[in-house]
Ligand binder design. Structure first.
Ligand code: GAL
Length: 860
């Protein structure tokens, strides 16, 4: 190769690696400019006066990139006012400031800023002028920047976030601008914010009618005539249909266009085949395109009745799912797109077909992933209406804000095919009092005004047939039962035969009976367990503990009393009447039964995570998740796990949200010769269990056996093998082999190629393994991580909800032999090497490639 050519190639490679993954506003001039405003914010924890003023000196503040959660940057603190509910993490007040410049092309345009979510009480200023506030931490909101823009110098967007009034949540909320922000520049005549609504009123495999309602606004001082051209594209990018309308929009007014487009042989959206189409709305004025909005959607039908249950594309679908909170474990509340996508991937892989977004609208990225990957969603707005559950929660904002907040949820989210149910609240105390039906109707009416294509529900643990509760549910489509006792379904069905029922929350261990009841009754739509994934906050509600046999008995009795619906009704009635029930309970309560129940259900500091999820905080599937998948989805699969042995004279107490702890290992030092209880979950007809090739036993594992068998096995090391039998043939196996002494660390990234966009993440698992690569399930050494290349460690964690070490930093103890390190890319491409070290074991190492990312427009 000639030297010159070689130099040119080398230069171009260097340039390629250095190209920033963003382009500035001035470089492109599309009809609608959407600029990511995630990077380069100045942040300060505290409340300095004058911080909204453009001239305020913020150079000493830290620079942060969104999404950002300041609570997770600190460790849980025993005396934090956020308490056990919010996982003891600190909150407070913080300020964010972003300096940016405008481009000449923005002159005469409308410029707005969109926040996907700020927790909580955001006050937004542009150039010192207050644009407004937004109290609720989970709904998206926007402000018009146009009147206050400075075209001759820098602009400063300042956001004060006030999460100081505590407690204000029953779970970990996080603090700050924890979702994306963007600035949008449009022509004065434009498609309104959330102004496109796509529905599919007629759907068959031969054809579908796509209906597109588009709201066009004219913020200029002259009446305008525009052509709205809407084109539907299929997944391959081929045009599938088109419509054109001419609209006259009066000055300062808006108008709405209704278009229908027929799509032949549509590929229907379903959980198995989540095909997405795109509706592209273009506005043309005098032959020039002045706006363009793209809306992904799915072609699917949804219908429902108590006789048929839920029908998706005409076929009955039972919901097998769980609730999730918005946090991403070690990342706190920060809603990175990849973290949200991974959550959906994990749920799908664990056999879930549905998720409930407890108890608030999720990030757009989460819903986009549900659309793409095929996960059904119950989108829920609130945990409270007006009656408080904790002192400073949303109850204080409900009156003033409910309409805007619930509208924000529906308008933002209604084009997602994955959303099949709207919630209007969780465990709402007002269902016990007369104002409940009034508020319920207001909410239901508002949702249906904005979208009448989905059924409505509310989740309630009390008596759903009492007059006020029944009056609320009569206005909804689905009665949501939280933890209801199984006979209630049949009894309630006899009283309300048109009622559709959904287990909106359930104890994790109740998977079988709840699956069975929904299989056998069309009016029971499914079961959404509490919870699919572990979450921060509600410290230790799913944790188990050791106790005496007498304590274990009391625990069972207390649980029985707690789930009794009259106790729940009383508790909610108290809340509806303004009693701070949670504070009373937290104080330790006067009566010993409540006190004992609290001690068993809520484990104190250092517990700071709930521990009830099928997946732990790092996304690792616990054995209970394999059982659930087999009950829900069957299949020729077996899974063997071992119940933790009870020490002499001690019982394992695992009630409520806890499941009896098991560990999928055959390393039980100290148990030699003692009987261990081996659980085998199976979708096959029978299972056989072998220890070191010797048959231990054979048992049926059909529906009657609740798809599982338990064997008592005297422990000796070696290989435990469970095989699943169908029609006399072995069709599946699950093997646990005793691992030798750990010799090294193994490092496994979930993805080895990531985007160098400053947002993408690689979730890297580190495990202690023996010389043959077998994991050592009891290893608990502290591991030190280091990186080279264009990446940063953004979080570390393990599945132990009482390990109160920092989720940030570069080291973490292994828990059950594993830990997680999360790596965030920068905007530089190149290889990132992660190394894990601990004393006595050989280093683990992996390389991840950060690839040059597609350019995205950024506010600078
Ligand atoms: C439910 C509630 C959830 C969660 C769960 C476990 O009653 O709806 O938000 O608190 O209990 O404590």
């Amino acid at each position: 190769m000639k030297l010159r050519l070689r130099i040119m190639i080398a230069i171009s490679a260097v340039l390629q690696a250095c190209i920033p993954s963003s382009i500035s506003a001035a470089q492109s001039n599309p009809p609608r400019l959407e600029l990511a405003a995630d990077s380069g914010w100045k942040f300060m924890l505290g409340d300095p006066s004058g911080a909204a003023a453009p001239s305020f000196a913020d150079s000493a503040w830290r620079t942060v990139n969104l999404p950002h959660d300041w609570s997770i940057e600190s460790r849980p603190e025993k005396d934090s006012p956020t308490g056990a509910g919010e996982g003891f993490f600190p909150a407070g007040v913080g300020w964010y400031r972003k300096t940016f410049s405008t481009a000449g092309s923005w002159q005469g345009k409308r410029v707005s800023v969109e926040f996907d979510g700020v927790y909580r009480d955001a006050t937004v200023y542009l150039n010192g002028h207050k644009l407004g506030t937004h109290p609720y931490g989970y709904t998206s909101f926007t402000f018009d920047l146009t009147p206050d823009l400075n075209f001759t110098g820098p602009n400063v967007l300042a956001v004060r976030v006030d999460n100081s009034a505590q407690p204000n949540s029953r779970w970990y909320s996080g603090s700050g601008i924890y979702r994306h922000v963007r600035v949008v520049v449009v022509d004065p005549t434009h498609v309104a914010h959330w102004g496109v609504f796509v529905t599919t009123p007629k759907v068959s495999s031969e054809s579908a009618t796509v209906s597109i309602q588009t709201k066009v606004e004219n913020e200029s001082s002259r009446s305008t005539v525009v052509t709205l051209e809407t084109t539907v594209y299929d997944r391959a990018g081929h045009e599938a249909g088109k419509a054109e309308s001419v609209l006259t929009v009066a000055a300062g007014k808006g108008t709405e266009a209704a278009q229908t487009i027929a799509v032949a042989s549509p590929a229907l959206w379903s959980t198995a085949s989540p095909t997405l189409y795109r509706a592209v709305c273009q506005l043309r004025k005098d032959g020039k395109v002045i706006d363009r909005v793209e809306t992904p959607f799915g072609i699917r039908s949804l219908s429902w009745s108590a006789e048929t249950g839920l029908l998706l594309n005409g076929r009955a679908v039972k919901l097998v799912g769980g609730s999730v909170h918005h946090d991403n474990g070690p990342l706190g509340a920060a809603a990175f797109d990849r973290a949200e996508e991974r959550k959906v991937e994990l749920l799908k892989a664990a056999g879930y077909n549905a998720v409930r977004t407890a108890h608030n609208p999720p990030s757009p990225a989460f819903l986009n992933a549900c659309d793409r990957l095929g996960l059904l969603v119950l989108d829920e707005p609130f945990d409270t209406w007006k009656a408080h559950k904790v002192k400073f929660d949303y109850g204080q904002d409900f009156d003033e804000w409910w309409k805007r907040d619930i509208s924000s949820m529906v308008l933002r989210d209604r084009n997602h095919p994955s959303i099949i149910i709207w919630g209007i609240g969780n465990e709402i105390p007002e269902l016990e009092v007369d104002r409940g039906p009034v508020i319920g109707k207001q909410l239901a009416d508002q949702v249906r005004l904005l979208d009448a294509t989905r059924p409505l529900t509310l989740a309630f643990p009390g008596t759903t047939t009492s007059p006020n509760a029944a009056a609320v549910f009569s206005q909804l489509d689905i009665t949501g039962y939280n933890y209801n006792l199984i006979p209630t379904y049949a009894l309630d069905h006899a009283r309300f035969p048109e009622r559709m029922m959904l287990t909106t929350e359930s104890y994790p261990a109740k998977v079988f009976p709840l699956w069975q009841i929904s299989q056998d009754n069309p009016y029971v739509l499914g079961d959404l367990t509490w919870t699919a994934m572990d979450y921060l906050g509600e410290s230790g509600i799913g944790a188990w503990s050791y106790g005496t046999p007498a304590q274990a008995k009391i625990a069972d009795q207390i649980m029985g009393a707690t789930v009794n619906s009259s106790t729940i009704d009383k508790m909610f009635l108290g809340m509806a009447n303004g009693v701070d029930v949670m504070a009373e309970m937290a104080k330790g309560a006067s009566d010993p039964a409540t006190k004992a129940a609290m001690a068993i259900m809520f484990h104190g500091y250092p517990w700071h995570a709930a521990a009830c999820g099928d997946m732990d905080l790092t996304g690792y599937r616990k054995p209970q998740s394999y059982y659930r998948d087999i009950v829900w989805n069957g299949g020729d699969r077996v899974y063997a796990t071992v119940r933790l042995p009870e020490p002499e004279g001690q019982k394992i107490i695992a009630v409520g949200w806890a499941t009896y702890p098991t560990l999928s290992t055959w390393n039980w030092p100290g148990q030699e010769g003692k009987d261990l209880q081996v659980e085998v979950y199976s979708g096959t007809e029978r299972v056989r269990l072998f220890l070191n090739d010797k048959l231990i036993g054979e048992k049926p594992t059909g529906r009657e056996q609740e798809f599982k068998a338990t064997f008592s096995v005297p422990y000796i090391s070696g290989t435990l093998k469970a095989v699943g039998i169908r029609g006399g043939r072995v069709v599946a196996e699950s093997v646990l082999t005793t691992a030798g002494k750990a010799t090294g660390l193994r490092v496994t990234p979930d993805r080895t190629v990531v985007q160098a966009d400053g947002q993408d993440l690689s979730f890297v698992t580190v495990e202690a393994v023996d010389a043959d690569g077998r994991p050592e399930a009891h290893a608990d050494q502290e591991v030190q991580f280091s990186l080279t290349g264009p990446g940063v460690i953004v979080a570390v964690g393990n599945g132990d909800g009482q390990d109160d070490a920092s989720y940030q930093g570069d080291k973490r103890k292994l828990f059950q032999g594993r830990a997680l390190v999360v790596i965030r890319t920068t905007q530089q491409s190149g290889p990132i090497t992660v190394t894990a070290k601990t004393t006595g074991l050989s280093d683990g190492l992996a390389t991840i490639l950060a690839k040059v990312a597609e350019a995205r427009a950024e506010l600078r």
